[in-house]
Ligand binder design. Structure first.
Ligand code: FAD
Length: 288
Protein backbone atom coordinates (compact mmCIF):
# COMPACT_ATOMS: atom_id res chain seq x y z
CA UNK A 1 0.00 0.00 0.00
CA UNK A 2 2.99 2.32 -0.49
CA UNK A 3 3.07 4.17 -3.82
CA UNK A 4 6.05 3.98 -6.15
CA UNK A 5 8.49 6.91 -5.87
CA UNK A 6 7.67 10.22 -7.55
CA UNK A 7 8.97 13.79 -7.79
CA UNK A 8 6.87 16.50 -6.19
CA UNK A 9 6.21 20.02 -7.52
CA UNK A 10 4.08 22.76 -5.96
CA UNK A 11 3.64 25.66 -8.41
CA UNK A 12 2.06 28.96 -7.26
CA UNK A 13 0.25 29.88 -10.48
CA UNK A 14 -1.77 28.20 -13.22
CA UNK A 15 0.79 29.41 -15.78
CA UNK A 16 3.63 27.69 -13.88
CA UNK A 17 1.57 24.52 -13.49
CA UNK A 18 0.84 24.44 -17.25
CA UNK A 19 4.57 24.96 -17.97
CA UNK A 20 5.49 22.12 -15.63
CA UNK A 21 2.91 19.82 -17.23
CA UNK A 22 4.39 20.64 -20.63
CA UNK A 23 7.99 20.02 -19.57
CA UNK A 24 7.34 16.86 -17.52
CA UNK A 25 4.99 15.32 -20.11
CA UNK A 26 2.27 12.70 -19.60
CA UNK A 27 4.32 10.99 -16.87
CA UNK A 28 3.26 13.83 -14.54
CA UNK A 29 -0.11 13.90 -12.77
CA UNK A 30 -1.98 16.79 -11.20
CA UNK A 31 -2.73 16.40 -7.51
CA UNK A 32 -5.88 18.01 -6.07
CA UNK A 33 -7.42 16.54 -2.90
CA UNK A 34 -5.72 13.19 -3.55
CA UNK A 35 -8.73 11.13 -2.48
CA UNK A 36 -8.95 9.32 -5.82
CA UNK A 37 -5.40 9.65 -7.13
CA UNK A 38 -3.50 8.54 -4.02
CA UNK A 39 -5.48 5.28 -3.55
CA UNK A 40 -4.83 4.49 -7.22
CA UNK A 41 -1.11 5.15 -6.68
CA UNK A 42 -1.04 2.98 -3.57
CA UNK A 43 -2.67 0.15 -5.51
CA UNK A 44 -0.13 0.83 -8.32
CA UNK A 45 -2.93 1.37 -10.85
CA UNK A 46 -1.25 4.74 -11.39
CA UNK A 47 2.51 5.25 -11.18
CA UNK A 48 3.20 8.87 -12.15
CA UNK A 49 6.83 9.92 -12.18
CA UNK A 50 5.88 13.35 -10.83
CA UNK A 51 3.00 14.98 -8.98
CA UNK A 52 2.10 18.61 -9.59
CA UNK A 53 0.25 19.75 -6.48
CA UNK A 54 -2.38 22.41 -7.30
CA UNK A 55 -2.96 23.16 -3.61
CA UNK A 56 -0.86 26.34 -3.47
CA UNK A 57 -2.53 28.07 -6.43
CA UNK A 58 -4.86 30.58 -4.77
CA UNK A 59 -6.52 31.48 -8.11
CA UNK A 60 -7.97 27.98 -8.32
CA UNK A 61 -10.15 28.42 -5.23
CA UNK A 62 -13.35 30.28 -4.55
CA UNK A 63 -16.98 30.70 -5.49
CA UNK A 64 -18.27 33.92 -7.08
CA UNK A 65 -21.09 35.24 -9.23
CA UNK A 66 -20.26 36.90 -12.56
CA UNK A 67 -23.43 38.17 -14.22
CA UNK A 68 -25.83 35.28 -14.54
CA UNK A 69 -23.16 32.69 -13.91
CA UNK A 70 -21.65 31.08 -10.81
CA UNK A 71 -17.91 30.49 -11.17
CA UNK A 72 -16.20 27.93 -8.97
CA UNK A 73 -12.44 27.42 -8.83
CA UNK A 74 -11.47 23.82 -9.56
CA UNK A 75 -9.61 23.46 -6.22
CA UNK A 76 -12.62 24.52 -4.16
CA UNK A 77 -13.31 21.74 -1.66
CA UNK A 78 -16.61 19.96 -1.14
CA UNK A 79 -16.64 21.42 2.38
CA UNK A 80 -16.44 24.95 0.94
CA UNK A 81 -19.23 24.20 -1.55
CA UNK A 82 -21.41 22.79 1.21
CA UNK A 83 -20.97 25.90 3.34
CA UNK A 84 -21.36 28.51 0.61
CA UNK A 85 -24.27 30.92 1.19
CA UNK A 86 -24.09 31.96 -2.46
CA UNK A 87 -24.55 28.39 -3.66
CA UNK A 88 -27.28 27.68 -1.12
CA UNK A 89 -29.10 30.71 -2.49
CA UNK A 90 -28.43 30.33 -6.22
CA UNK A 91 -27.59 26.68 -6.93
CA UNK A 92 -29.12 24.57 -4.12
CA UNK A 93 -29.04 21.47 -6.36
CA UNK A 94 -25.25 21.50 -6.16
CA UNK A 95 -25.28 21.85 -2.38
CA UNK A 96 -27.77 18.99 -2.01
CA UNK A 97 -25.56 16.79 -4.20
CA UNK A 98 -22.36 17.68 -2.33
CA UNK A 99 -24.01 16.95 1.03
CA UNK A 100 -24.28 13.31 -0.11
CA UNK A 101 -20.65 12.92 -1.21
CA UNK A 102 -18.62 10.65 1.06
CA UNK A 103 -18.13 11.99 4.60
CA UNK A 104 -16.78 15.17 6.24
CA UNK A 105 -13.17 13.89 6.17
CA UNK A 106 -13.27 13.34 2.40
CA UNK A 107 -15.17 16.59 1.85
CA UNK A 108 -12.50 18.64 3.67
CA UNK A 109 -9.88 17.70 1.06
CA UNK A 110 -11.79 16.46 -2.02
CA UNK A 111 -12.26 19.11 -4.70
CA UNK A 112 -14.93 19.73 -7.31
CA UNK A 113 -12.26 19.80 -10.03
CA UNK A 114 -10.72 16.49 -8.97
CA UNK A 115 -14.14 14.86 -8.77
CA UNK A 116 -14.92 15.97 -12.33
CA UNK A 117 -11.51 15.24 -13.89
CA UNK A 118 -11.26 11.79 -12.37
CA UNK A 119 -14.00 10.78 -14.84
CA UNK A 120 -15.47 8.14 -12.54
CA UNK A 121 -19.14 7.57 -13.49
CA UNK A 122 -19.78 6.75 -9.81
CA UNK A 123 -18.76 10.28 -8.79
CA UNK A 124 -21.60 12.72 -8.14
CA UNK A 125 -20.32 15.98 -9.66
CA UNK A 126 -20.44 14.79 -13.28
CA UNK A 127 -24.22 14.23 -13.28
CA UNK A 128 -24.78 17.39 -11.22
CA UNK A 129 -22.77 19.35 -13.79
CA UNK A 130 -24.83 17.88 -16.65
CA UNK A 131 -28.14 18.69 -14.94
CA UNK A 132 -26.94 22.25 -14.27
CA UNK A 133 -25.70 22.73 -17.86
CA UNK A 134 -22.25 23.61 -16.51
CA UNK A 135 -19.18 24.45 -18.58
CA UNK A 136 -15.54 23.77 -17.74
CA UNK A 137 -12.57 26.08 -18.35
CA UNK A 138 -9.43 24.17 -19.38
CA UNK A 139 -6.03 25.88 -19.39
CA UNK A 140 -3.30 24.45 -21.60
CA UNK A 141 -0.18 25.44 -23.52
CA UNK A 142 -2.29 27.14 -26.21
CA UNK A 143 -4.37 29.14 -23.73
CA UNK A 144 -7.88 28.54 -22.39
CA UNK A 145 -10.86 26.73 -23.86
CA UNK A 146 -14.36 26.40 -22.46
CA UNK A 147 -16.19 23.10 -22.96
CA UNK A 148 -19.69 22.01 -22.03
CA UNK A 149 -20.19 19.36 -19.36
CA UNK A 150 -22.40 17.55 -21.87
CA UNK A 151 -19.90 15.67 -24.04
CA UNK A 152 -16.97 16.15 -21.62
CA UNK A 153 -17.21 12.67 -20.09
CA UNK A 154 -16.21 10.13 -22.74
CA UNK A 155 -15.72 6.88 -20.80
CA UNK A 156 -14.69 5.38 -17.48
CA UNK A 157 -11.84 7.57 -16.13
CA UNK A 158 -11.78 9.36 -19.47
CA UNK A 159 -12.70 12.96 -20.30
CA UNK A 160 -12.09 15.52 -23.05
CA UNK A 161 -9.36 17.12 -20.90
CA UNK A 162 -5.92 16.48 -22.41
CA UNK A 163 -2.84 15.45 -20.38
CA UNK A 164 -1.34 18.95 -20.83
CA UNK A 165 -4.50 20.75 -19.61
CA UNK A 166 -5.72 21.86 -16.19
CA UNK A 167 -9.36 22.36 -15.28
CA UNK A 168 -9.37 25.80 -13.71
CA UNK A 169 -13.01 26.73 -13.31
CA UNK A 170 -16.54 25.35 -13.35
CA UNK A 171 -19.20 27.73 -14.70
CA UNK A 172 -22.86 27.22 -13.87
CA UNK A 173 -25.70 29.33 -15.29
CA UNK A 174 -27.84 30.53 -12.37
CA UNK A 175 -31.06 28.47 -12.54
CA UNK A 176 -34.23 30.47 -13.23
CA UNK A 177 -35.94 31.89 -10.13
CA UNK A 178 -38.56 29.47 -8.81
CA UNK A 179 -36.82 26.36 -10.18
CA UNK A 180 -37.25 23.16 -8.22
CA UNK A 181 -34.33 20.81 -7.70
CA UNK A 182 -33.33 17.49 -6.21
CA UNK A 183 -30.44 15.04 -6.10
CA UNK A 184 -31.76 11.64 -5.05
CA UNK A 185 -28.95 9.20 -4.32
CA UNK A 186 -29.35 5.56 -3.43
CA UNK A 187 -26.33 4.12 -1.63
CA UNK A 188 -25.62 1.10 0.52
CA UNK A 189 -24.50 3.14 3.52
CA UNK A 190 -23.51 6.65 4.51
CA UNK A 191 -20.25 7.60 2.82
CA UNK A 192 -20.67 5.18 -0.08
CA UNK A 193 -20.70 5.96 -3.78
CA UNK A 194 -24.08 5.84 -5.51
CA UNK A 195 -25.66 2.56 -6.52
CA UNK A 196 -27.63 4.97 -8.70
CA UNK A 197 -28.63 8.61 -8.40
CA UNK A 198 -30.69 11.20 -10.27
CA UNK A 199 -30.19 14.96 -10.52
CA UNK A 200 -33.21 17.06 -11.49
CA UNK A 201 -33.66 20.77 -12.20
CA UNK A 202 -37.26 21.72 -12.92
CA UNK A 203 -39.26 24.74 -14.06
CA UNK A 204 -43.07 24.62 -13.82
CA UNK A 205 -45.58 26.96 -15.46
CA UNK A 206 -49.35 26.76 -14.98
CA UNK A 207 -49.05 23.31 -13.38
CA UNK A 208 -47.10 21.89 -16.34
CA UNK A 209 -43.40 21.23 -16.88
CA UNK A 210 -41.87 24.19 -18.72
CA UNK A 211 -38.28 22.91 -18.64
CA UNK A 212 -36.56 19.98 -16.99
CA UNK A 213 -33.02 18.76 -16.87
CA UNK A 214 -32.23 15.19 -15.77
CA UNK A 215 -28.89 13.42 -15.30
CA UNK A 216 -28.07 10.01 -13.84
CA UNK A 217 -25.07 8.75 -11.85
CA UNK A 218 -23.37 5.32 -12.04
CA UNK A 219 -25.61 3.61 -14.57
CA UNK A 220 -23.24 3.76 -17.56
CA UNK A 221 -19.61 4.41 -18.49
CA UNK A 222 -20.31 8.12 -18.18
CA UNK A 223 -22.99 10.17 -16.43
CA UNK A 224 -26.15 10.03 -18.51
CA UNK A 225 -28.29 12.96 -19.65
CA UNK A 226 -31.78 11.50 -19.90
CA UNK A 227 -32.86 13.54 -22.93
CA UNK A 228 -35.85 11.39 -23.90
CA UNK A 229 -37.30 11.53 -20.39
CA UNK A 230 -36.82 15.32 -20.41
CA UNK A 231 -38.58 15.70 -23.76
CA UNK A 232 -41.45 13.50 -22.62
CA UNK A 233 -42.12 15.62 -19.55
CA UNK A 234 -42.21 19.06 -21.17
CA UNK A 235 -45.81 20.38 -21.33
CA UNK A 236 -47.14 17.72 -18.94
CA UNK A 237 -48.34 17.77 -15.35
CA UNK A 238 -46.09 15.63 -13.14
CA UNK A 239 -48.76 13.03 -12.46
CA UNK A 240 -48.28 9.31 -11.90
CA UNK A 241 -48.43 8.50 -15.62
CA UNK A 242 -45.81 11.13 -16.51
CA UNK A 243 -43.52 10.05 -13.67
CA UNK A 244 -43.80 6.40 -14.69
CA UNK A 245 -43.05 7.09 -18.35
CA UNK A 246 -40.12 9.41 -17.49
CA UNK A 247 -38.65 6.69 -15.26
CA UNK A 248 -39.11 4.11 -18.04
CA UNK A 249 -37.43 6.32 -20.63
CA UNK A 250 -34.57 7.18 -18.26
CA UNK A 251 -34.02 3.50 -17.47
CA UNK A 252 -33.93 2.75 -21.21
CA UNK A 253 -31.07 5.26 -21.54
CA UNK A 254 -28.95 3.43 -18.91
CA UNK A 255 -26.17 1.01 -19.76
CA UNK A 256 -25.29 -0.10 -16.24
CA UNK A 257 -22.78 -2.83 -15.48
CA UNK A 258 -23.02 -5.15 -12.50
CA UNK A 259 -20.68 -4.41 -9.62
CA UNK A 260 -20.48 -4.88 -5.85
CA UNK A 261 -23.38 -2.40 -5.53
CA UNK A 262 -25.78 -4.62 -7.46
CA UNK A 263 -26.60 -6.21 -10.78
CA UNK A 264 -27.04 -4.05 -13.87
CA UNK A 265 -30.83 -4.59 -13.73
CA UNK A 266 -30.99 -3.61 -10.07
CA UNK A 267 -28.92 -0.46 -10.58
CA UNK A 268 -31.08 0.50 -13.56
CA UNK A 269 -34.27 -0.02 -11.53
CA UNK A 270 -32.81 2.13 -8.74
CA UNK A 271 -32.03 4.88 -11.26
CA UNK A 272 -35.71 4.87 -12.28
CA UNK A 273 -36.82 5.03 -8.66
CA UNK A 274 -34.35 7.80 -7.84
CA UNK A 275 -35.65 9.79 -10.79
CA UNK A 276 -39.24 9.45 -9.60
CA UNK A 277 -38.25 10.66 -6.13
CA UNK A 278 -36.11 13.49 -7.48
CA UNK A 279 -38.92 14.70 -9.73
CA UNK A 280 -41.41 14.64 -6.87
CA UNK A 281 -39.02 16.51 -4.56
CA UNK A 282 -38.21 19.05 -7.27
CA UNK A 283 -41.93 19.59 -7.88
CA UNK A 284 -42.51 20.27 -4.19
CA UNK A 285 -39.81 22.98 -4.31
CA UNK A 286 -40.71 24.58 -7.65
CA UNK A 287 -42.81 27.74 -7.84
CA UNK A 288 -45.78 26.93 -10.11
P1 FAD B 1 -7.45 13.84 -6.86
O1 FAD B 1 -7.64 12.49 -6.28
O2 FAD B 1 -6.30 14.62 -6.41
O3 FAD B 1 -7.39 13.75 -8.47
C1 FAD B 1 -8.27 12.91 -9.20
C2 FAD B 1 -7.87 12.94 -10.69
O4 FAD B 1 -8.19 14.19 -11.27
C3 FAD B 1 -6.37 12.75 -10.93
O5 FAD B 1 -6.21 12.03 -12.13
C4 FAD B 1 -5.85 14.17 -11.09
O6 FAD B 1 -4.66 14.23 -11.85
C5 FAD B 1 -7.02 14.83 -11.80
N1 FAD B 1 -7.18 16.25 -11.48
C6 FAD B 1 -7.42 16.77 -10.25
N2 FAD B 1 -7.61 18.10 -10.33
C7 FAD B 1 -7.48 18.43 -11.64
C8 FAD B 1 -7.57 19.65 -12.37
N3 FAD B 1 -7.87 20.81 -11.76
N4 FAD B 1 -7.39 19.62 -13.71
C9 FAD B 1 -7.12 18.45 -14.35
N5 FAD B 1 -7.03 17.26 -13.72
C10 FAD B 1 -7.21 17.25 -12.37
N6 FAD B 1 -16.90 11.07 -4.79
C11 FAD B 1 -18.18 11.27 -5.12
O7 FAD B 1 -18.46 12.00 -6.06
N7 FAD B 1 -19.18 10.70 -4.39
C12 FAD B 1 -18.95 9.90 -3.31
O8 FAD B 1 -19.90 9.42 -2.68
C13 FAD B 1 -17.60 9.66 -2.96
N8 FAD B 1 -17.29 8.88 -1.88
C14 FAD B 1 -15.96 8.71 -1.54
C15 FAD B 1 -15.67 7.95 -0.41
C16 FAD B 1 -14.35 7.78 -0.03
C17 FAD B 1 -14.04 6.97 1.19
C18 FAD B 1 -13.30 8.39 -0.80
C19 FAD B 1 -11.87 8.23 -0.40
C20 FAD B 1 -13.60 9.13 -1.92
C21 FAD B 1 -14.93 9.30 -2.30
N9 FAD B 1 -15.27 10.06 -3.42
C22 FAD B 1 -16.58 10.28 -3.74
C23 FAD B 1 -14.24 10.62 -4.30
C24 FAD B 1 -13.83 11.97 -3.78
O9 FAD B 1 -14.92 12.87 -3.92
C25 FAD B 1 -12.60 12.51 -4.49
O10 FAD B 1 -12.23 13.62 -3.78
C26 FAD B 1 -12.73 12.86 -5.94
O11 FAD B 1 -13.07 11.75 -6.75
C27 FAD B 1 -11.40 13.36 -6.51
O12 FAD B 1 -11.16 14.64 -6.06
P2 FAD B 1 -9.75 15.02 -5.48
O13 FAD B 1 -9.77 16.49 -5.28
O14 FAD B 1 -9.45 14.18 -4.30
O15 FAD B 1 -8.78 14.70 -6.73
Amino acid sequence: MIPAGFDYHAPRSVADAVKLLGSLGPDAKLLAGGHSLLPMMKLRFAQPGALIDLGRIADLRGIAQAGNEIRIGAMTTEHELLNSKLLADKVPLLVEGVSQIADPQVRYKGTIGGDICHGDPANDHPALALALDASFVLAGPKGERVVKAEGFFVGVYSTLSQTDEILTQIRIPVPAAGSGWSYAKFKRKTGDFATAAAAVLLQMKGGKVAKVSIALTNVGNTPIKANKAEQHLVGKALDEAALGEAARLAMASCSATSCQRGTADYKTAMAGEMLRRALQAALSRAKP
